[in-house]
Write a protein that binds this ligand. Structure first.
Ligand SMILES: [Zn+2]
Length: 63
């Protein structure tokens, strides 16, 4: 079963706020998702802090 959390991130390319669904059950992961505004590939880095809170980091492909 999947547990999807809705998060708001800011596209590192165009600066638009985006609603994204993050799978919080799969543990730390990295994946690309295209920005729905500018279509650039955003690198999502999902991690967990010591309290079990899910943290989503977004980066440009070239960083
Ligand atoms: Zn964008």
């Amino acid at each position: 079963m999947q547990n999807l959390a809705e998060m708001i991130i800011v596209c590192p390319y165009c600066g638009e706020s985006l609603d994204v669904l993050v799978d919080t059950c799969s543990g730390p992961q990295r994946y690309y998702q295209d920005c729905s505004v500018c279509c650039a590939p955003i690198l999502f880095i999902v991690s967990e802090d010591p309290t079990g809170e899910i943290i989503v980091d977004v980066k440009r492909d070239d960083e």
